[in-house]
Design a protein around this ligand. Structure first.
Ligand code: FE2
Length: 436
Protein backbone atom coordinates (compact mmCIF):
# COMPACT_ATOMS: atom_id res chain seq x y z
CA UNK A 1 0.00 0.00 0.00
CA UNK A 2 1.38 3.41 -0.89
CA UNK A 3 1.01 6.54 1.18
CA UNK A 4 -1.57 7.66 -1.36
CA UNK A 5 -3.63 4.51 -0.90
CA UNK A 6 -3.39 5.15 2.82
CA UNK A 7 -4.90 8.57 2.29
CA UNK A 8 -7.63 7.08 0.12
CA UNK A 9 -8.35 4.34 2.62
CA UNK A 10 -8.29 6.50 5.71
CA UNK A 11 -9.83 9.70 4.56
CA UNK A 12 -11.64 8.97 1.29
CA UNK A 13 -11.58 11.19 -1.78
CA UNK A 14 -11.91 14.40 0.26
CA UNK A 15 -8.69 13.61 2.11
CA UNK A 16 -7.02 12.91 -1.21
CA UNK A 17 -8.18 16.24 -2.63
CA UNK A 18 -6.83 18.03 0.43
CA UNK A 19 -3.51 16.30 0.05
CA UNK A 20 -3.33 17.15 -3.65
CA UNK A 21 -4.16 20.81 -2.94
CA UNK A 22 -1.45 20.95 -0.26
CA UNK A 23 1.10 19.32 -2.58
CA UNK A 24 0.20 21.70 -5.41
CA UNK A 25 0.78 24.65 -3.09
CA UNK A 26 4.09 23.23 -1.89
CA UNK A 27 5.48 22.55 -5.36
CA UNK A 28 4.53 26.03 -6.54
CA UNK A 29 6.22 27.58 -3.52
CA UNK A 30 9.32 25.66 -4.53
CA UNK A 31 9.21 26.77 -8.19
CA UNK A 32 8.76 30.39 -7.15
CA UNK A 33 11.66 30.16 -4.69
CA UNK A 34 14.02 28.93 -7.42
CA UNK A 35 12.94 31.77 -9.70
CA UNK A 36 13.15 34.47 -7.03
CA UNK A 37 15.93 36.31 -8.85
CA UNK A 38 16.39 39.34 -11.07
CA UNK A 39 14.97 39.25 -14.59
CA UNK A 40 18.41 38.98 -16.19
CA UNK A 41 19.11 35.80 -14.22
CA UNK A 42 15.77 34.33 -15.33
CA UNK A 43 15.85 35.12 -19.05
CA UNK A 44 19.51 34.38 -19.66
CA UNK A 45 20.68 31.00 -20.88
CA UNK A 46 23.36 29.84 -18.45
CA UNK A 47 24.37 26.88 -20.60
CA UNK A 48 23.28 25.64 -24.05
CA UNK A 49 22.32 22.45 -22.22
CA UNK A 50 19.60 24.18 -20.23
CA UNK A 51 16.54 26.34 -20.81
CA UNK A 52 16.34 29.83 -19.37
CA UNK A 53 14.68 29.54 -15.93
CA UNK A 54 11.71 31.57 -17.15
CA UNK A 55 11.03 28.88 -19.77
CA UNK A 56 10.77 26.15 -17.10
CA UNK A 57 8.46 28.37 -15.05
CA UNK A 58 5.91 28.98 -17.79
CA UNK A 59 6.30 25.43 -19.14
CA UNK A 60 5.10 23.83 -15.88
CA UNK A 61 1.99 26.04 -16.03
CA UNK A 62 1.41 25.21 -19.68
CA UNK A 63 1.72 21.47 -18.97
CA UNK A 64 -0.77 21.85 -16.12
CA UNK A 65 -3.11 23.70 -18.46
CA UNK A 66 -2.89 21.00 -21.14
CA UNK A 67 -3.50 18.08 -18.82
CA UNK A 68 -5.72 19.33 -16.01
CA UNK A 69 -7.65 22.18 -17.63
CA UNK A 70 -8.06 20.94 -21.19
CA UNK A 71 -7.97 17.12 -20.91
CA UNK A 72 -9.83 16.72 -17.64
CA UNK A 73 -11.63 20.05 -17.16
CA UNK A 74 -12.68 20.50 -20.81
CA UNK A 75 -11.68 24.16 -20.57
CA UNK A 76 -10.80 26.18 -23.68
CA UNK A 77 -7.09 27.11 -24.09
CA UNK A 78 -6.22 30.26 -22.12
CA UNK A 79 -3.39 31.33 -24.45
CA UNK A 80 -3.28 28.98 -27.44
CA UNK A 81 -0.70 31.19 -29.17
CA UNK A 82 1.98 30.31 -26.59
CA UNK A 83 1.52 26.51 -26.60
CA UNK A 84 4.22 25.85 -29.16
CA UNK A 85 6.80 27.91 -27.22
CA UNK A 86 6.55 25.56 -24.26
CA UNK A 87 6.36 22.30 -26.15
CA UNK A 88 9.70 20.67 -25.30
CA UNK A 89 9.58 18.70 -28.57
CA UNK A 90 9.13 21.72 -30.83
CA UNK A 91 12.17 23.72 -29.69
CA UNK A 92 15.46 22.23 -28.43
CA UNK A 93 16.93 23.81 -25.30
CA UNK A 94 19.63 25.71 -27.18
CA UNK A 95 16.98 27.57 -29.23
CA UNK A 96 14.69 28.50 -26.36
CA UNK A 97 16.30 31.85 -25.40
CA UNK A 98 15.61 33.25 -28.90
CA UNK A 99 11.87 32.45 -28.69
CA UNK A 100 9.35 35.19 -27.82
CA UNK A 101 8.89 33.70 -24.33
CA UNK A 102 6.70 35.24 -21.66
CA UNK A 103 8.78 37.51 -19.45
CA UNK A 104 9.15 36.71 -15.74
CA UNK A 105 6.18 38.82 -14.56
CA UNK A 106 3.93 37.57 -17.35
CA UNK A 107 4.98 33.96 -16.74
CA UNK A 108 4.13 34.22 -13.04
CA UNK A 109 0.76 35.73 -13.87
CA UNK A 110 0.01 33.03 -16.45
CA UNK A 111 0.86 30.09 -14.19
CA UNK A 112 -1.08 31.52 -11.27
CA UNK A 113 -4.13 31.99 -13.55
CA UNK A 114 -3.85 28.36 -14.62
CA UNK A 115 -3.45 27.24 -11.01
CA UNK A 116 -6.63 29.01 -9.88
CA UNK A 117 -8.65 27.09 -12.48
CA UNK A 118 -6.84 23.84 -11.63
CA UNK A 119 -8.09 24.13 -8.04
CA UNK A 120 -11.64 24.59 -9.40
CA UNK A 121 -11.25 21.41 -11.47
CA UNK A 122 -9.90 19.58 -8.41
CA UNK A 123 -12.92 20.70 -6.46
CA UNK A 124 -15.35 19.33 -9.09
CA UNK A 125 -13.60 16.18 -10.31
CA UNK A 126 -14.61 12.66 -9.28
CA UNK A 127 -11.38 10.97 -8.18
CA UNK A 128 -13.13 7.61 -8.06
CA UNK A 129 -14.05 7.76 -11.77
CA UNK A 130 -12.82 4.78 -13.79
CA UNK A 131 -11.10 7.06 -16.32
CA UNK A 132 -7.36 6.52 -15.68
CA UNK A 133 -6.55 10.25 -15.70
CA UNK A 134 -9.09 10.94 -12.93
CA UNK A 135 -8.81 7.70 -10.98
CA UNK A 136 -6.80 8.18 -7.77
CA UNK A 137 -6.00 11.74 -8.91
CA UNK A 138 -3.51 10.47 -11.52
CA UNK A 139 -3.53 13.68 -13.56
CA UNK A 140 -2.63 15.69 -10.45
CA UNK A 141 0.17 13.25 -9.63
CA UNK A 142 1.36 13.74 -13.20
CA UNK A 143 1.56 17.54 -13.01
CA UNK A 144 2.95 17.53 -9.45
CA UNK A 145 5.78 15.19 -10.32
CA UNK A 146 6.41 17.08 -13.55
CA UNK A 147 6.78 20.39 -11.73
CA UNK A 148 9.11 18.85 -9.13
CA UNK A 149 11.20 17.41 -11.95
CA UNK A 150 11.50 20.86 -13.49
CA UNK A 151 12.40 22.27 -10.08
CA UNK A 152 15.31 19.84 -9.99
CA UNK A 153 16.26 20.95 -13.50
CA UNK A 154 16.14 24.56 -12.28
CA UNK A 155 18.59 23.65 -9.50
CA UNK A 156 20.94 22.20 -12.12
CA UNK A 157 20.65 25.49 -14.03
CA UNK A 158 21.32 27.50 -10.87
CA UNK A 159 24.42 25.39 -10.25
CA UNK A 160 25.60 25.97 -13.83
CA UNK A 161 25.12 29.74 -13.40
CA UNK A 162 27.74 29.73 -10.59
CA UNK A 163 25.89 32.66 -9.02
CA UNK A 164 26.10 32.57 -5.18
CA UNK A 165 23.29 33.33 -2.78
CA UNK A 166 20.36 31.89 -4.75
CA UNK A 167 20.10 28.38 -3.29
CA UNK A 168 19.68 27.62 0.40
CA UNK A 169 21.74 24.96 2.16
CA UNK A 170 20.87 22.98 5.30
CA UNK A 171 22.02 20.48 7.91
CA UNK A 172 22.48 16.75 7.31
CA UNK A 173 23.16 13.86 9.68
CA UNK A 174 26.81 12.73 10.00
CA UNK A 175 28.20 9.73 8.13
CA UNK A 176 29.27 6.38 9.63
CA UNK A 177 32.03 3.99 8.63
CA UNK A 178 30.78 0.87 6.83
CA UNK A 179 31.48 -2.55 8.28
CA UNK A 180 31.35 -4.36 4.95
CA UNK A 181 31.63 -2.31 1.77
CA UNK A 182 29.58 -4.75 -0.33
CA UNK A 183 26.34 -6.64 0.14
CA UNK A 184 25.58 -10.05 -1.35
CA UNK A 185 22.20 -10.47 -3.03
CA UNK A 186 21.33 -14.14 -3.48
CA UNK A 187 20.13 -15.60 -6.78
CA UNK A 188 16.38 -15.72 -7.30
CA UNK A 189 13.26 -14.25 -8.79
CA UNK A 190 11.94 -10.83 -7.85
CA UNK A 191 9.07 -8.61 -9.02
CA UNK A 192 10.37 -5.61 -10.96
CA UNK A 193 8.18 -2.54 -11.60
CA UNK A 194 4.72 -1.92 -10.21
CA UNK A 195 1.01 -2.37 -10.88
CA UNK A 196 -0.13 -0.76 -7.66
CA UNK A 197 1.69 2.51 -6.96
CA UNK A 198 -1.05 5.02 -7.82
CA UNK A 199 1.04 7.75 -9.42
CA UNK A 200 3.67 5.52 -11.09
CA UNK A 201 4.47 6.39 -14.69
CA UNK A 202 3.82 4.11 -17.65
CA UNK A 203 7.51 3.15 -17.88
CA UNK A 204 7.43 1.66 -14.34
CA UNK A 205 4.64 -0.72 -15.35
CA UNK A 206 3.72 -3.53 -15.40
CA UNK A 207 5.20 -5.51 -12.52
CA UNK A 208 6.96 -8.54 -13.98
CA UNK A 209 9.05 -11.36 -12.59
CA UNK A 210 12.77 -11.50 -13.29
CA UNK A 211 15.38 -14.07 -12.31
CA UNK A 212 18.81 -12.72 -11.38
CA UNK A 213 21.89 -14.80 -10.58
CA UNK A 214 23.58 -13.89 -7.29
CA UNK A 215 25.66 -10.69 -7.24
CA UNK A 216 27.43 -8.21 -5.00
CA UNK A 217 26.47 -4.56 -4.82
CA UNK A 218 28.15 -1.66 -3.03
CA UNK A 219 26.50 -0.91 0.30
CA UNK A 220 26.69 2.83 -0.42
CA UNK A 221 27.27 5.08 -3.42
CA UNK A 222 30.91 5.64 -4.46
CA UNK A 223 32.35 8.51 -2.40
CA UNK A 224 34.54 11.40 -3.44
CA UNK A 225 37.41 9.75 -1.52
CA UNK A 226 37.09 6.54 -3.54
CA UNK A 227 36.66 8.45 -6.78
CA UNK A 228 39.76 10.53 -6.05
CA UNK A 229 41.81 7.34 -5.95
CA UNK A 230 40.76 6.72 -9.54
CA UNK A 231 41.67 10.30 -10.49
CA UNK A 232 45.03 10.19 -8.70
CA UNK A 233 45.79 6.78 -10.20
CA UNK A 234 45.62 8.34 -13.68
CA UNK A 235 42.21 6.86 -14.43
CA UNK A 236 41.37 9.67 -16.84
CA UNK A 237 44.60 9.08 -18.79
CA UNK A 238 44.34 5.33 -19.25
CA UNK A 239 42.14 4.13 -22.14
CA UNK A 240 42.04 0.61 -20.66
CA UNK A 241 39.23 1.66 -18.33
CA UNK A 242 37.08 3.44 -20.88
CA UNK A 243 34.65 2.43 -23.58
CA UNK A 244 35.93 3.83 -26.90
CA UNK A 245 33.07 6.37 -27.13
CA UNK A 246 33.70 7.44 -23.54
CA UNK A 247 37.43 7.81 -24.11
CA UNK A 248 36.79 9.91 -27.21
CA UNK A 249 34.28 12.10 -25.33
CA UNK A 250 36.68 12.66 -22.40
CA UNK A 251 39.61 13.49 -24.71
CA UNK A 252 37.60 15.87 -26.90
CA UNK A 253 36.23 17.75 -23.90
CA UNK A 254 39.38 17.71 -21.77
CA UNK A 255 37.54 15.89 -18.98
CA UNK A 256 39.86 14.91 -16.13
CA UNK A 257 37.71 15.12 -12.99
CA UNK A 258 34.01 15.46 -12.11
CA UNK A 259 32.28 18.62 -13.32
CA UNK A 260 32.85 21.61 -10.99
CA UNK A 261 36.12 20.18 -9.60
CA UNK A 262 39.49 21.95 -9.84
CA UNK A 263 42.86 21.06 -8.37
CA UNK A 264 44.98 23.53 -6.44
CA UNK A 265 48.27 21.88 -5.47
CA UNK A 266 47.32 18.83 -3.44
CA UNK A 267 43.78 19.95 -2.72
CA UNK A 268 40.71 19.39 -4.84
CA UNK A 269 38.06 22.11 -4.74
CA UNK A 270 34.56 22.21 -6.07
CA UNK A 271 32.09 24.95 -6.86
CA UNK A 272 28.66 24.42 -5.34
CA UNK A 273 26.02 27.04 -6.09
CA UNK A 274 28.62 29.73 -6.52
CA UNK A 275 30.70 28.88 -3.42
CA UNK A 276 34.11 27.25 -3.60
CA UNK A 277 34.88 24.58 -0.99
CA UNK A 278 37.28 21.65 -0.60
CA UNK A 279 35.81 18.43 -2.03
CA UNK A 280 34.30 16.64 1.01
CA UNK A 281 35.74 13.15 1.02
CA UNK A 282 32.87 11.29 2.64
CA UNK A 283 30.11 12.48 0.29
CA UNK A 284 28.91 10.42 -2.68
CA UNK A 285 30.54 11.71 -5.87
CA UNK A 286 28.19 13.70 -8.11
CA UNK A 287 28.34 15.42 -11.50
CA UNK A 288 29.94 12.46 -13.25
CA UNK A 289 28.76 11.16 -16.62
CA UNK A 290 27.78 7.57 -17.29
CA UNK A 291 31.09 7.16 -19.16
CA UNK A 292 33.05 8.23 -16.08
CA UNK A 293 31.03 5.94 -13.81
CA UNK A 294 31.57 3.05 -16.21
CA UNK A 295 35.34 3.73 -16.39
CA UNK A 296 35.65 3.95 -12.60
CA UNK A 297 33.83 0.64 -12.19
CA UNK A 298 36.19 -1.11 -14.63
CA UNK A 299 39.22 0.38 -12.87
CA UNK A 300 37.84 -0.90 -9.55
CA UNK A 301 37.47 -4.42 -10.99
CA UNK A 302 33.69 -4.13 -10.93
CA UNK A 303 30.86 -2.92 -13.19
CA UNK A 304 27.76 -0.77 -12.91
CA UNK A 305 24.66 -2.64 -11.69
CA UNK A 306 21.86 -3.26 -14.14
CA UNK A 307 18.67 -1.46 -13.19
CA UNK A 308 17.16 -4.84 -12.26
CA UNK A 309 20.05 -5.44 -9.83
CA UNK A 310 19.61 -1.95 -8.41
CA UNK A 311 15.87 -2.43 -7.91
CA UNK A 312 16.19 -5.92 -6.44
CA UNK A 313 18.66 -4.55 -3.86
CA UNK A 314 15.80 -2.32 -2.61
CA UNK A 315 13.99 -5.42 -1.36
CA UNK A 316 10.66 -5.20 -3.22
CA UNK A 317 9.11 -2.30 -1.33
CA UNK A 318 7.93 1.18 -2.37
CA UNK A 319 10.98 2.52 -0.51
CA UNK A 320 13.96 0.48 0.69
CA UNK A 321 12.87 1.01 4.32
CA UNK A 322 9.26 0.03 3.69
CA UNK A 323 6.08 1.88 2.84
CA UNK A 324 6.45 4.98 5.03
CA UNK A 325 6.36 8.23 3.04
CA UNK A 326 9.87 9.73 3.17
CA UNK A 327 8.44 13.22 3.72
CA UNK A 328 10.64 16.27 3.60
CA UNK A 329 12.79 15.67 6.67
CA UNK A 330 12.34 11.92 7.12
CA UNK A 331 14.98 9.89 8.89
CA UNK A 332 15.32 7.59 5.90
CA UNK A 333 16.76 9.63 3.06
CA UNK A 334 18.24 12.91 1.87
CA UNK A 335 15.48 14.16 -0.44
CA UNK A 336 13.56 17.33 -1.17
CA UNK A 337 16.47 19.78 -0.92
CA UNK A 338 16.85 19.61 2.87
CA UNK A 339 20.45 20.58 2.10
CA UNK A 340 21.99 21.48 -1.24
CA UNK A 341 24.30 18.45 -1.39
CA UNK A 342 24.44 14.67 -0.97
CA UNK A 343 24.67 13.37 2.61
CA UNK A 344 27.89 11.71 3.84
CA UNK A 345 28.15 7.96 3.33
CA UNK A 346 26.31 6.14 6.09
CA UNK A 347 24.14 9.09 7.13
CA UNK A 348 20.86 7.17 6.86
CA UNK A 349 21.13 3.73 8.53
CA UNK A 350 17.32 3.63 9.00
CA UNK A 351 16.89 3.95 5.24
CA UNK A 352 18.71 0.67 4.48
CA UNK A 353 16.91 -1.99 2.44
CA UNK A 354 16.19 -5.43 3.97
CA UNK A 355 19.50 -6.56 2.41
CA UNK A 356 21.34 -3.75 4.21
CA UNK A 357 22.02 -1.61 1.11
CA UNK A 358 22.07 2.09 2.05
CA UNK A 359 21.29 5.44 0.45
CA UNK A 360 19.51 3.91 -2.54
CA UNK A 361 16.95 6.71 -2.41
CA UNK A 362 18.12 10.34 -2.33
CA UNK A 363 21.64 11.87 -2.34
CA UNK A 364 22.58 11.19 -5.98
CA UNK A 365 20.81 9.68 -8.98
CA UNK A 366 22.61 6.41 -9.65
CA UNK A 367 23.72 5.51 -13.15
CA UNK A 368 22.98 1.92 -14.09
CA UNK A 369 24.32 -0.22 -16.90
CA UNK A 370 20.87 -0.48 -18.53
CA UNK A 371 19.47 1.26 -21.59
CA UNK A 372 16.07 2.86 -21.17
CA UNK A 373 13.76 0.18 -22.60
CA UNK A 374 10.10 -0.74 -22.10
CA UNK A 375 9.19 -3.53 -19.70
CA UNK A 376 7.47 -6.61 -21.17
CA UNK A 377 3.77 -5.73 -21.47
CA UNK A 378 4.42 -1.94 -21.48
CA UNK A 379 1.39 0.19 -22.36
CA UNK A 380 1.86 3.83 -23.30
CA UNK A 381 -0.05 6.23 -21.00
CA UNK A 382 -1.09 9.01 -21.11
CA UNK A 383 1.02 10.16 -24.08
CA UNK A 384 3.88 8.87 -26.24
CA UNK A 385 6.24 11.72 -25.44
CA UNK A 386 6.47 10.84 -21.78
CA UNK A 387 8.48 7.63 -22.21
CA UNK A 388 7.93 5.83 -25.48
CA UNK A 389 9.89 8.14 -27.78
CA UNK A 390 12.97 7.74 -25.54
CA UNK A 391 13.16 3.93 -25.53
CA UNK A 392 16.13 2.37 -27.30
CA UNK A 393 19.91 2.41 -27.00
CA UNK A 394 20.41 6.16 -26.58
CA UNK A 395 19.71 6.82 -22.90
CA UNK A 396 21.04 5.09 -19.78
CA UNK A 397 18.76 4.56 -16.80
CA UNK A 398 19.33 6.36 -13.51
CA UNK A 399 17.65 5.29 -10.28
CA UNK A 400 16.86 6.48 -6.78
CA UNK A 401 16.58 10.28 -7.00
CA UNK A 402 18.99 12.87 -5.65
CA UNK A 403 19.05 15.33 -2.75
CA UNK A 404 17.20 17.68 -5.13
CA UNK A 405 14.39 15.22 -5.89
CA UNK A 406 11.12 15.71 -4.08
CA UNK A 407 9.82 12.75 -2.04
CA UNK A 408 6.63 12.58 -4.13
CA UNK A 409 8.66 12.20 -7.35
CA UNK A 410 10.72 9.12 -6.48
CA UNK A 411 10.29 5.49 -5.34
CA UNK A 412 12.19 2.23 -5.86
CA UNK A 413 10.43 1.60 -9.19
CA UNK A 414 11.01 5.13 -10.55
CA UNK A 415 13.10 5.29 -13.75
CA UNK A 416 14.99 8.32 -14.95
CA UNK A 417 17.09 8.36 -18.12
CA UNK A 418 19.70 10.56 -19.73
CA UNK A 419 22.52 10.69 -22.29
CA UNK A 420 25.71 8.92 -21.17
CA UNK A 421 27.64 12.22 -21.49
CA UNK A 422 25.34 14.12 -19.10
CA UNK A 423 27.15 15.70 -16.12
CA UNK A 424 25.15 18.69 -14.88
CA UNK A 425 22.49 16.49 -13.30
CA UNK A 426 22.95 15.41 -9.67
CA UNK A 427 24.17 11.95 -10.60
CA UNK A 428 26.67 9.52 -9.09
CA UNK A 429 26.71 5.74 -8.93
CA UNK A 430 27.54 2.58 -7.01
CA UNK A 431 29.24 -0.54 -8.37
CA UNK A 432 28.30 -4.20 -8.55
CA UNK A 433 29.99 -7.45 -9.50
CA UNK A 434 28.82 -10.91 -10.45
CA UNK A 435 29.37 -13.91 -8.20
CA UNK A 436 32.67 -15.65 -8.90
FE1 FE2 B 1 8.46 19.18 -19.00
Amino acid sequence: MTDLDAVLGNAGPTGLKERIAAELAAVRERSLAYTDADDDMLVRQHSPLMSPLVWDLAHVGNYEELWVLREVGGIEPLRPEIDHLYDAFKHPRKDRPSLPLLGPAEARKYISGVRGRVLDVLDQVDLAAPDPLRSGGYVFGLVLQHEHQHDETMLATLQLSRRPGLVRDGELPPGRPAAEPEVHIPAGVFAMGTDTVAWAYDNERPAHRIYLPGYWIDRRPVTNAAYLEFVEDGGYRDPRWWLPQGWEWAERNGVEAPLYWTRDGDTWWRVRFGREEPVPLDEPVQHVSWYEADAYARWAGKRLPTEAEWEKACGGRTYPWGEADPGHLGRWANLGHRAARPAPAGAFPDGASPYGVEQLIGDVWEWTDSWFQPYPGYRCFPYEEYSKVFFGETYRVLRGGSWATHPSAVRTTFRNWDYPIRRQIFAGFRCARSEE
